[in-house]
Design a protein around this ligand. Structure first.
Ligand code: LLP
Length: 426
């Protein structure tokens, strides 16, 4: 674990969390940069060890910011975007456009045009009508190499995760069906088009998956379908979804053994049908960023309802922590300064927003002597926290800080009050 206690104080790489909170205020999201680069290296290492062409494309929806994108570039990562906003952020960071992949189940004409104008030439097609849309907009391009496309399909494999983050099944707004003919129709259409180059298949099975079984089943299903229809591909994109540990009960996706198993299976399947190994792409998001960060809050009102519950309110809430209200996600909540008392008491940690569902964690064991002004840290908040933050109750989005080899630096400043109304007509 990257955030540990030393002399009774939570710290990261030798920096006291309380010092960082004092400097940047609360709520603040604090990332350990080296945890993230370490995760990127692990993906590179295991894929490289199989001597296959590959790329690791970070899903920027997990957490995106100019400094994050610069960090990704320094680690030879490629990058996925799903909106013109994610693309804009990526380009603003100077990320190489040839390494950007455009995803999304409803890319608008404006987004496609913007992406093409800025040099994006790699799209993941997620609907039949999108083929005509991209073809129409790409046909006017002056460069004649065309636009590379994958099609997103549903490999119909079972996954064991929350319904809202399970995506590879037949009944889904994402992807094209292998069984009802949509995927085949898409490939035929692309192969006939003048501006699009069919490069291969993409699927994303779901999130927070803890073993390689669904990935192995997807390879089996996809290659039997490719064999049946005699389709060749250059690129196989297996998506993301590699699980992380939020609480004791969670199992991390075993990156090294998991990819050994998936890639060995891929080698067997391709050899059996006399095919070349494809370029393998993967799209981890959460597993790179989630465990790299904590959110630090200051405790405010504490409400003890005798015989009922103890409520500890903090200075943020569902505006920066939506995963608990939305998915019932569980987190570890710990005091930044260890209590000298040995007694802890079950407490509900809640936010300051006007919703009963504004809960960070129920029944968390926290020091009995916790008081106003103390700091609490919520672990594993590096993915889908800042990126899902809102301004509900006109809350300002928190500050984000990276701790790296060069020390502590702010990478996103806290929103200002002025920014809350900057688009308001006055
Ligand atoms: N590739 C595609 C096409 C995706 O749709 C996703 C996530 C990823 C890659 C990255 O998946 P990851 O490795 O981060 O699990 N808001 C939800 C997560 C939604 C994920 C959607 N797609 C949450 O907070 O759990």
């Amino acid at each position: 674990m990257t955030f540990n206690y030393s002399a009774g104080e939570l710290q990261v790489r030798g920096h006291k969390i309380s010092d960082i909170a004092a400097q940047y205020g609360t709520p603040v999201i604090i990332y350990d940069e080296m945890y993230m680069t370490g995760m990127m290296e692990r993906y590179h290492k295991v894929l490289k060890s199989h001597s296959i062409p590959y790329s690791v494309s970070y899903a920027s929806k997990a957490f995106s910011s100019v400094q994050m994108i610069k960090l990704l570039e320094s680690q030879n990562m490629e990058l996925d975007v799903v909106s013109v906003g994610e693309l804009y952020t990526t380009l603003a960071a100077g990320f190489p456009v040839e390494d950007i992949h455009f995803h999304g189940n409803n890319k608008t004409a404006e987004e496609i045009e913007y992406a093409l104008d800025h040099g994006v030439r790699f799209f993941i097609i997620d609907g039949l009508d999108e083929i005509d849309l991209i073809e129409g907009l790409a046909s006017g391009l002056s460069d004649d190499d065309g636009v590379n496309v994958l099609i997103r399909i549903n490999p119909s494999v079972e996954v064991n995760t929350h319904d809202y983050i399970s995506t590879g099944q037949e009944d889904s707004k994402f992807g094209l069906s292998l069984t009802n003919g949509a995927a085949k129709t898409a490939i035929d259409k692309i192969q006939k088009s003048r501006s699009l180059n069919f490069k291969g298949i993409h699927y994303h099975l779901g999130s927070q998956l803890d073993d390689s079984t669904p990935f192995i089943n997807a390879v089996t299903n996809v290659y039997s379908w490719l064999d049946e229809h005699q389709i060749d591909l250059e690129i196989l994109n297996m998506g993301g979804g590699y699980g992380v540990k939020y609480t004791e009960g969670d199992v991390r996706f075993p990156i090294e053994e998991g990819f050994d198993a998936i890639l060995n299976h891929l080698k067997e399947v391709t050899a059996a049908s006399g095919r070349k190994l494809p370029h393998v792409m993967i799209e981890p998001g959460r597993s790179i960023a989630a465990e790299a960060a904590i959110t630090v809050y200051e405790v405010g009102t504490i409400k003890n309802i005798p015989g009922v519950a103890k409520y500890v309110s903090v200075d943020g809430g569902m505006s920066d922590h939506i995963r608990t209200p939305l998915y019932g996600a569980e987190y570890e909540v710990v005091p930044v300064t260890e209590s000298v008392l040995d007694t802890s008491v079950s407490s509900h940690v809640v936010g300051k927003l006007c919703e009963s569902g504004d809960i960070i964690g129920k029944n968390k064991m926290l020091p009995d002597d916790l008081k106003r002004g103390d700091l609490l840290a919520v672990r594993t908040t590096g993915a889908y926290h800042y990126s899902m933050a809102s301004n509900y109750n006109q809350m300002r989005k928190p500050a984000v800080v990276f701790v790296g080899e060069s020390g502590v630096r702010e990478v996103i400043r806290r929103q200002t009050l002025d920014q809350l109304i900057e688009n308001d007509v006055r």
